[in-house]
Design a protein around this ligand. Structure first.
Ligand SMILES: [Zn+2]
Length: 262
């Protein structure tokens, strides 16, 4: 079984050793302390221009755009910002002991990345985006965004009941056909994800590097080898052929990997 695709797993184990990433909130709070030299990687998901209610139903994977701009300012003042590719080279050559480097990454394929890139472009920052193949290829939203995205729809359409919206969202995930309960809702959810065209343009303009992030964002701990293979390697290869290019990076959903296969 393990010979299925050795080079792919060798690459993954390399990344796993090196790419320890910080939640942007954690790193931003470091500002009062003295930051050590090294290579830092920060991780974002969703950028928004409104506030979310502070409740446990909605995962805290969002960053308001004004806060994001403050973070960029802080990174500019305290680090040399490099792409993930450059950062890994720096790490290998031990240059990171001499200076503070930082790379910016985005997970989960959300289209709000387009708001963020507009700002990063001004500073020639090249982030890496870690893509999930289900929203891109199958047009299926991710289960972990259910409460976040239904809330965003509800903000603009308050006549709907939020639990009804959540059940519609679940139906879109479960359905193998393009069956939808409500066209407006379905359309809205699909626009919340990056599409092939968006990404092709970003690649062509050399604004991003690509990584993969599994097909449907399942957490990988305690999954069998075969299940992990489908979620990681199959999805990774599908993304490579979808964009007709090699994809060098992979990130674990929620950073979790127990009983690991490497
Ligand atoms: Zn994720």
């Amino acid at each position: 079984m393990r010979n299925k695709d050795n080079s792919f797993y060798e690459e993954l184990s390399f990344i796993k050793q090196l790419a320890l990433r910080y939640s942007n909130k954690v790193l931003f709070n470091f500002k009062k302390k003295k930051l050590r030299n090294g290579f830092y990687i920060v991780n974002y998901h969703h950028i928004c221009n409104h506030k979310f209610p502070k409740n446990n139903d909605i995962p805290s994977i969002y960053t308001e755009i004004d806060v994001f701009k403050k973070h960029i300012k802080f990174y500019k003042e305290n680090f040399e910002i490099v792409s993930l590719k450059e950062g890994l080279k720096i790490l290998k050559s031990n240059l990171s002991t001499k200076k503070k480097y930082l790379s910016i990454t985005f997970d989960d394929t959300l289209s709000s990345f387009l708001i963020a890139i507009k700002h990063m472009k001004k500073f020639s920052i090249k982030p890496t985006i870690f893509l999930n193949s289900d929203p891109l290829i199958l047009k299926k939203p991710l289960f972990n965004h259910k409460n976040l995205l239904t809330y965003e729809f509800w903000l603009k359409n308050k006549n709907y009941n939020i639990s009804t919206l959540r059940s519609w969202y679940q139906k879109i995930i479960n359905s193998n056909e393009n069956v939808y309960q409500n066209k407006t809702f379905h359309k809205f959810i699909l626009t919340k994800y990056l599409n092939k065209k968006n990404i092709k343009i970003l690649i062509k303009k050399k604004l991003i590097d690509l990584g993969s992030h599994t097909s449907d964002h399942s957490v990988l701990n305690n999954k069998s080898y075969d299940q992990q293979y489908i979620l990681i390697a199959k999805s990774h290869k599908e993304l490579e052929s979808f964009f007709n290019q090699k994809i060098q990076f992979f990130s674990f959903p929620k950073g979790k990997l127990k009983n690991c296969i490497f």
